[in-house]
Design a protein around this ligand. Structure first.
Ligand code: ZN
Length: 280
């Protein structure tokens, strides 16, 4: 039986470390005090398989804003196909692409990817700024789940000027308009919007098509309000993600266990909620 689904994994393959996050990787290693070494697809699959776990692999496309090549639909589906017993895949489309971005959404669906990943701070495009480009409408038509990073990012952290990464585009309130305009679109608000936790929680409580990924927040630092929401209004719309390799699933899970929450809540957060979200 699957013990957990890590719903937020940035595959640390060479194509990612030398690709879209190449400008930031030295800063990330310093900031996290972690070498963040490259892994093969096989090593990554084994990491999760050995824990009776599954992983949602996230693509990244900030090509037009950073100039660094993307970890796009093709790269993600290749990883998924290398270990389909372990991996789900979320592709990525051009941030400013117009027709190109919409074509990318169609391509992701054709390839059998489960969703799409967006990083507004890195892409320098707020979710609400994509409204005219039919990206959200097309994703909803295909039933693709859209994960949107929100709040503080370690990308560019501890670099002069944050490596040029502005935080404002990642405000959770920018997700609110998208969720309102596309009620049929399944959205994951990732990282609970640190800096703007209240906003993130308000958007997710208010819009039932918005789910919360707990990546980026350690269980011991969860506020009583957040824990009440996990037990209550968000009980079927909140799930675990580690942000691997920038976060450590084992440490997060050990902290979560120490909270002593009922087994039913743990099972929902670690497995059932995201499994239901990805079923289509
Ligand atoms: Zn992430």
């Amino acid at each position: 039986m699957t013990k957990f689904v890590d719903a937020h994994v940035h595959p640390p393959v060479t194509e990612f470390l030398d690709g879209p996050i190449a400008p930031y990787i030295a800063g990330l290693r310093r900031y996290l005090d972690d070498p963040i070494e490259a892994q093969s697809a096989e090593q990554l699959a084994e990491f999760y398989r050995s824990r009776d776990a599954k992983a949602v692999l996230l693509g990244w496309n900030s090509l037009q804003t950073s100039g660094y090549r993307s970890l796009g639909n093709k790269e993600i589906i290749a990883l998924v196909e290398s270990a389909p017993d372990v991996f789900y895949g979320f592709g990525a489309v051009e941030p400013n692409g117009g027709a190109g971005a919409v074509a990318g959404v169609h391509q992701a669906a054709r390839m059998g990817l489960a969703g799409l990943s967006f990083h507004p701070a890195a892409e320098r495009v707020a979710p609400s700024e994509r409204d005219g480009r039919q990206v959200w409408e097309t994703a909803a038509e295909h039933g693709l789940v859209c994960l949107i990073h929100t709040g503080f990012t370690r990308l560019g952290a501890a670099l002069p000027g944050g490596g040029g990464v502005g935080l404002e585009k990642a405000r959770p309130i920018h997700v609110d308009r998208v969720a309102a305009a596309h009620p049929e679109l399944k959205i994951i608000l990732a990282h609970t919007g640190p800096l703007w936790l209240d906003e993130a929680l308000a958007v997710s409580v208010h819009k039932s098509n918005v789910h919360i990924c707990l990546s980026g927040i350690s269980p011991k630092s969860m506020s009583p309000e957040l824990l009440d929401l996990i037990r209550g209004p968000l009980h079927d719309r909140v799930h675990f993600g580690s942000d691997y390799p920038f976060g450590a699933p084992d440490a997060w899970l050990a902290e979560w266990d120490s909270l002593g929450l009922p087994d039913a809540i743990t099972r929902a957060v670690l497995v059932d909620n995201v499994t239901a979200l990805l079923a289509r």
